[in-house]
Design a protein around this ligand. Structure first.
Ligand code: ZN
Length: 432
């Protein structure tokens, strides 16, 4: 059943009504093999991993407010019994969880809620090392009901996540509501940022920093267990401090251990009218000897190397791993978009070279030039965007570097230096 239909039904039916969803592949003897809960201010996600697809029903009840999910064709086991103990006191949405065998073939999960939520329950097919997954996302319900203290940028992100869950955000970060008006014409898109340009006076340069992965998606994992999602968040926070100190206005696409879809990351940058977008990652390869720092830009016409294509494919898989229910189809003018994007990619390469040069002072470079491929997260048509692979987390020596604050600080310094040189070199600012 399509998402909108199901949501619409959920909203129109009275509390207690059953919403039934039957996956195509029905399996009777699914084993629940893992359960994870990812609390965040933005939304809380529960993931139940199973050996086969699990048909489910869910509904919301009041007094007290609770979400009930019935998993069919499964029996309670140790993994399911462990679910209540995985709820953290700091979870903004979940008060407690109860699990029981409802009837012979149904396990019932009752999620007692701290506040009104808008649930998204869906299945994900196996990918990489993940099996079939049942995902339960708890978004805050309604406007103005967000958790107590919320930063401005979290409000924007929350709104985008909400739009995204309704299929209103496309992969290039455009939204169905504003796509027609937010795509600049190529000739006026990128005027020179000079002191004479009145439109840019009194406006700080906006840099969006994008720590890769998060939540259910750990990114690459080093031989000693270091997780990419944690490393890149630490480096991104450091980079933010350094760019703030240098007078830039910065925003982070995530500042917690939370999964944010790629399209929402791009949409965040567009909504904030960013001048630059910098995605921070750590590389991995099957051979532990692969090493070095790399910088990547978008290619609209195929990858510049097989390695860059492999990397883009693996990074784009984030949405499959982290879980995305639906991607909207924005109605945009492709021709204008492509022309704008060509100019933007040119600027991205200039930015990338400055950052790569600076990074070359602190670590061996994987390659001497900025490589290009179809990275989904670099697809904002009007914002110069680069992806920095800080080092190879799969290389034991570089994993040790990435684990330490000294190297992280150097990476943040180098990226910051590259950004400064980019603007010092008469880079262009988008007209607002
Ligand atoms: Zn990554």
């Amino acid at each position: 059943m399509p998402l909108m239909t199901r949501r619409g039904m959920l909203q129109t039916l009275s509390a207690g009504a059953l919403v039934s969803v039957t996956p195509l592949a029905f399996a009777n003897n699914a084993q629940i093999t893992a359960a994870r809960i990812w609390p965040s201010d933005l939304y809380t996600r529960m993931t139940l991993e199973a050996s086969a697809a699990v048909p489910f029903k869910y509904f919301v009840l009041d007094n007290p407010r609770r979400l009930v999910v019935d998993m069919q064709g499964v029996s309670i086991n140790e993994v399911m019994k462990s679910v209540p103990s995985k709820v953290l006191a700091r979870d903004p949405y979940i008060n407690q969880i109860r699990v029981g065998q409802f009837d012979q073939s149904t396990v019932r999960i009752v999620v007692d809620l701290k506040r009104n939520i808008s649930p998204q329950v869906f299945s994900l097919l196996p990918v990489a090392e993940y099996k079939h997954r049942l995902v339960i996302d708890l978004f805050p319900a309604g406007q103005g009901s967000a958790p107590a203290v919320q930063a401005e940028e979290e409000d924007a992100l929350m709104a985008l996540l909400n739009d995204y869950s309704k299929g209103k955000v496309s992969k290039d970060g455009s939204t169905t509501v504003t796509a027609q008006t937010t795509i600049p014409k190529p000739e006026e898109a990128r005027p020179k940022a000079t002191p004479q340009n009145k439109s840019n006076i009194n406006r700080k340069v906006v840099v969006v920093i994008d720590p890769g992965h998060g939540g259910e998606d750990p990114g690459a994992i080093g031989p000693n267990g270091l997780k990419e999602k944690n490393v890149v968040l630490a480096i991104s926070r450091d980079l933010k401090k350094k760019l703030d100190a240098a007078g830039y206005k910065t925003h982070m696409t995530r500042n917690q251990d939370v999964f944010i879809p790629l399209g929402v990351r791009v949409a965040t940058a567009r909504k904030l009218q960013a001048d630059l977008f910098i995605s921070v990652h750590a590389d991995a390869f099957t051979s532990p000897s692969a090493r070095g720092t790399g910088v990547y830009a978008l290619s609209t016409s195929g990858a510049t190397s097989a390695q860059a294509k492999f990397l883009a494919d693996s990074q784009n898989a984030a949405d499959l791993i982290g879980g995305v229910k639906k991607v909207g189809n924005a109605n945009v003018d492709r021709a204008i978009l492509d022309m704008t994007q060509t100019a933007t990619v040119r600027d991205s390469l200039v930015l990338g070279r400055h950052v790569l040069n600076a990074l070359g002072n602190i670590n061996k470079l994987h390659k001497g030039q900025v490589d290009q491929a179809g990275f989904a997260v670099l697809k904002a048509p009007d914002i110069p965007s680069i992806l920095v692979e800080t080092a190879f987390i799969s290389n034991p020596e570089e994993e040790r570097l990435l684990a330490g604050t000294a190297f992280r600080g150097k990476v943040a310094d180098a990226i910051s230096a590259g950004v400064k040189r980019y603007f010092a070199g008469g880079a262009v600012l988008a007209q607002r």
